[in-house]
Design a protein around this ligand. Structure first.
Ligand SMILES: [Zn+2]
Length: 99
């Protein structure tokens, strides 16, 4: 049985299936129901930090995806967003001393 994604307890049991046939589970510890493989995958901050460091090593995206166990599609989107959000160096006028 998969661990509960809400409370991380392993006290989970099968609890029928949802409309598209995916297995549904119920957690005995917190009472929540969940699906083992939700469509929307959340990449935790630790993995994102690791990806950021791997990107600096000139490793291929496919290699990084394998090493960090994320999908290449997700990684490509992540990289695109990352470079779209890089702040440009703004030239700030030096403050005048004194005054
Ligand atoms: Zn739980």
């Amino acid at each position: 049985m998969p661990a509960c994604p809400i409370c991380t307890s392993c006290q989970t049991v099968k609890n029928g299936r949802i409309h598209n046939g995916k297995q549904r589970f119920k957690c005995h510890s917190c009472g929540r129901q969940f699906i083992e493989h939700p469509t929307k995958k959340v990449i935790d901050p630790t993995t994102r930090n690791l990806i950021d460091r791997l990107l600096l090593e000139r490793i291929s995206l496919a290699g990084i995806a394998r090493a960090t166990q994320v999908s290449e599609q997700w990684l490509q989107t992540y990289v695109n967003n990352k470079y779209a959000q890089v702040p440009r160096q703004v030239q700030v006028a030096p403050k005048k001393r004194g005054g």
